[in-house]
Design a protein around this ligand. Sequence first.
Ligand code: F0G
Length: 468
Amino acid sequence: MTPSTDQFAYQQCIAPDCAATFGIEEVLVACPQCGGLIDAAYEWDRLPVPGSLRVLEAQWARRSNPHAFSGVWRFHDLLPFAPVEQCVTVGEGQTLLLPSDGAAEYIGVRPGRLLLQYEGMNPSGSFKDNGMAGAFTHARLVGADRAACASTGNTSASLSLYCSVTRLLKAVIFIGSGKISYGKLSQALDFGALTVQINGDFDDAMARVKEVSQQLGIYLVNSVNPFRLEGQKTIMFRVLEALGWQVPDWIIVPGGNLGNSSAFGKAFHELHQLGLIPRIPRLAVINAAGANTLFDLVHRKGLHWNGGRPCRDAVAQFYAEMDAAGRRASTIASAIEINRPVNLTKCLRALEWCNGVVREVTDQEILDAKARVGAGGLGCEPASAASVAGAKNLVEEGLIDPGEQVVCVLTGHQLKDPTATVAYHTTDQDMFNKVLGSRGVRRAAFANRAVMVPNELDEIVKAIRLYS
Ligand code: F0G
C-alpha cells in the first residue's frame, strides 16, 4: 500500500539555531524549546512531487470532486500535511487574477502590466478562507472541538463561516471594542460565533486569545498556526496558474499580522527548491502609516532576517518605546490596524527569500487607490488597496519599472467595510469629517458623488442631461 503523504510531513522551528522538529499531530503556535515560530515542513524527496506545475492544473478536469474544485486542495501535492480525503473545504479559492488598466494607469505601469488577485471572491469575502481550510484540516486531524481567534474582522468571519458550514468546531472570536467594521461583525454574529469583545484593540485581543486558548485547550487559528499559512501559499499557486506558470516581476501585498507575506515567501521558496519555478518574484509588503511596525523596524532599526537571527533586542526595545509612548495602531484600513505582528520573523525570512521591500502608505493614499480600483469594477476594502497605493509609490520611486509585471493582492471584498467607501464618496461633509477627516484624509479626488435633485421630473431630466 502506498504510504499516506502526511507520514512525510512534520513541524519545525524556523530559528536555524534551534530547528527542533515535532510531529504533525502536535498543536503548536510557538516552539516549546526557544519560543520561535513554527513551519509545516515536508520530506519532499519522499513525496510524489509533480514533475511540472502544469500537472496540478489538470485537477480542473475533475472539478466535480470537491477537493479538485477547491482552490486550495487542488494543490494538495504542495501542502501534503493531511490525507487529501480528510482535507476540509467549503469551496474556497475560486478567485481570479484580472488585469486592471485603469489602476495600471493610476500607478504608472503600462496597460496589461498590473494584475489584481481578487481574493474578495472567497466564501467569506476575504483571503482568510485559504488559510482556514488549512487550519480546519489540522484541527480535524488533532480532534479539536473548539477554535478561537483574535481578529480585525476577516479571520473571525472566516472562522465563523467554516464552523457553521462544517459543524466540526465551535467558534470563539475575540475582537477589540469599536475596532471591526460592520460588514465583518455582521458575518460572525450571523454565523453564530461566540463573540467576545474586549476593552482594547487587536493587539490586546491577540495577547488574550493566546492565553485563553492555552488555558482552555482551544485550537488557535490565528496565523501563528502554521497550517493557516500552508493554505495561504495557494494564493500564489493560483497567481502562477493564471499566468500560465510564468513568474511575475512583483507581488505586492498589504501587511498586518504578516501571515500572507510569510506564506507567499514560503510558497515561492519551496517551488524554487523543488525546481518547479526558475526564479522568485520580488515581494513588496505595504504597511499603513498608522500601523507601521514592520516598516519602522526594517527602515529605522535595520532589522533583517540575518540568517535566522534577527536582532531580538531591537524588537524588544521598539515595543518598549511604543508602550512607553502609549502608541496604538490607527488607520482607516482597520483590517491591518496592528502594531505587534505575530509573524514578524517569518516575514523577515520571506523578504530575504524574495529580495523584498517594505513601504508605508497614508490613509489618503489608501483611499484614493481604493477608489481607482473600484472604478475598474473590483471592489475592495481599504486594507487591500494599500497594495495598489504601495505599487504607485514604488513606480514613482523608480524601483518598479513601468514595463514590469506587477501583481497586487486584493485581500478583502468592498462590502466588508461600506462605511469607508460611502464616507469617501459622500456629499455629506459631516460624515466625511467624522469618518475620514479624523484620520488626516483631506480630499476625495476620485469621489463619485451622488447628485441631489428635487423630486420633480424637469429637474431630474435637467440633471441627467447635465451630468451624463
Ligand atoms: N487585508 C485584509 C483584508 C485583512 O483582513 C488582513 C488581516 C490583512 C490584509 C493583513 O494580512 O495579517 O496576513 O498581514 N486581517 C486579520 C484579521 C488580522 O483578523 O482578519 P496579514
